[in-house]
Design a binder for this molecule. Structure first.
Ligand SMILES: Cc1ncc(COP(=O)(O)O)c(C=O)c1O
Length: 443
């Protein structure tokens, strides 16, 4: 039964949710109108809804599940740990194993601290930068999503209404204190002269430059390498720390995005894949900077702790997942990504609609326009384009293919090229339904 049918099980769960949650949901990013199908299970590349329909899942819970759902080795690690307890108020060896594995992969990870989410990792990294430099302001790139921390969220909601020559420090919600907005300088991605001017004008007030090297809101198009180099050089020159947000981008290589792009940030925020499907985050980086969390010689200048931090369930799941991610796994992901992007591009071409696909490694994003994407403004979708991507997403879902509502996809090691046939078969109809008005107008 269709999930929107009044008799469906999804419908009855939605009706219950309306009595419990504002807007019937407790996770806005994945919500869709009038309500989504509710899921009951997932295995490998597939998920099943409560009415028994199977979908090809290209979201992997927004980039978390790099080995797909319910991977047997990750499950076995979790099941084994369950027998021994789920969380303790003293450290366990499990945290050393995952922490050691991560530090062993990335030369710049001299020390590491776990958190519970990517948002918390970004927040803690910014706090560390402030404590280390004794400065309070930060710079970040326009439109990029860095999670829910207030400071990191300024400038995320840039839109044509506030597009001046320089990006504005836009609030994330009404009433966001001006004192927080004042603390954030927003930079235009890939614009070297403006970024040089803006960072130059900030002088010695900046604690950190926060950057995701391949942001979703630039279509997972990596930032230009001369731009990343400029950020590295300018942050060094001004005495600010360079923080990479690799909450998603860590999946771009064995040594993360920094290994792939050859940049050495001072600190890195991690999340998603490193927890093997369980909640996690981490901050890693230079030993002298990480000393703000305390060491044998000095007490912590930045408190960083949480009831569930380094809980052994997340640690063992993460260790199992990360151990599976060897060079062969990255090569496989790279091949899958290239194959999917190439085939989607040819389907878009054949459909003769103004769409495009972008991305890198195991990431891809379908766009409801064909402008060249080099920053947030060229990525940004008008109301008409939002409507088009909404219809594309909905049509794919009707055909049992799950992308994120903004048209992005995350590939997993368990996928094989034949798994994508469901996407390739569904896409022509989805494009024609999404672009119906545009196509009608031009015929
Ligand atoms: C680049 C980036 N940074 C930070 C976050 C926040 O991570 P979390 O949702 O685990 O708090 C996200 C989440 O999608 C992200 O994509």
């Amino acid at each position: 039964m269709h999930w929107t049918s009044p008799e469906s099980r999804s419908r009855s769960l939605y009706e219950r949710a309306r009595q419990i949650f504002p807007g019937a949901n407790t996770r806005q990013q994945i919500w869709m109108s009038p309500y989504p199908p509710y899921l009951s299970s997932g295995r490998g590349s597939w998920v099943t809804d409560v009415d028994g329909h199977r979908y090809l899942d290209l979201t992997g819970n927004l980039g978390v599940l790099i080995h797909g759902h319910a991977h047997p080795l990750v499950n076995a690690a979790i099941a084994n740990q369950l027998e021994h307890g789920t969380c303790f108020a003293l450290p366990t060896e499990a945290e050393l194993k995952l922490g050691g594995l991560l530090c062993g992969r990335v030369p710049g990870f001299e020390r590491l601290r776990f958190t519970n989410t990517g948002s918390e990792a970004v927040a803690v990294a910014l706090r560390a930068a402030r404590a280390f430099t004794g400065r309070s302001r930060i710079a970040r790139i326009e439109g990029v999503y860095h999670g829910s921390d207030d400071l990191a969220a300024v400038g995320t909601d840039s839109s044509p209404d506030n597009w001046g020559t320089d990006p504005a420090s836009t609030p994330r919600y009404p009433g966001m204190p001006a004192a927080i907005l004042d603390q954030v300088m927003v930079l235009p991605a890939n614009d070297l002269p403006s970024t040089e001017r803006l960072l130059g004008s900030a002088g010695s007030s900046l604690a950190a430059v926060l950057v995701d090297p391949a942001p979703l809101r630039c279509g997972f198009t990596p930032l230009r390498s001369d731009y990343l180099t400029l950020l590295r050089d300018l942050s060094r020159r001004t005495g600010a720390l360079l923080i990479f947000d690799e909450v998603i981008a860590f999946r771009l290589g064995f040594s993360g995005a920094q290994g792939r792009f050859g940049i050495d940030p001072d600190l890195t925020a991690l999340g998603k894949i490193i927890g093997g499907g369980m909640p996690i985050g981490a901050v890693a980086g230079r030993e002298d900077v990480m000393a703000v969390f305390g060491n044998e010689l000095e007490p912590a200048r930045v408190p960083a702790s949480g009831t569930f931090t380094a809980n052994p369930i997340s640690m063992v799941a993460g260790e199992a997942a990360m151990s599976l991610l060897d060079s062969a796994a990255f090569e496989h992901l790279e091949q899958l990504g290239n194959a999917v992007r190439e085939r989607v591009a040819s389907i878009i071409h054949a459909a003769a609609v103004p769409a495009q696909v972008t991305g890198v490694g195991s990431l891809f994003c379908i766009h409801p326009h064909d402008r060249e994407i080099h920053d947030y403004r060229s990525y940004h979708r008008s109301e008409v384009e939002m409507d088009i991507i909404g219809r594309l997403h909905r049509s794919l879902l009707e055909q049992r293919v799950l992308l994120t509502p903004n048209g992005s996809g995350f590939l997993a090691t368990v996928m094989r090229e034949q798994d994508f046939q469901a996407l390739f078969d569904a896409l022509p109809r989805a494009l024609s339904e999404a672009f119906r008005e545009v196509l009608n107008r031009s015929s």
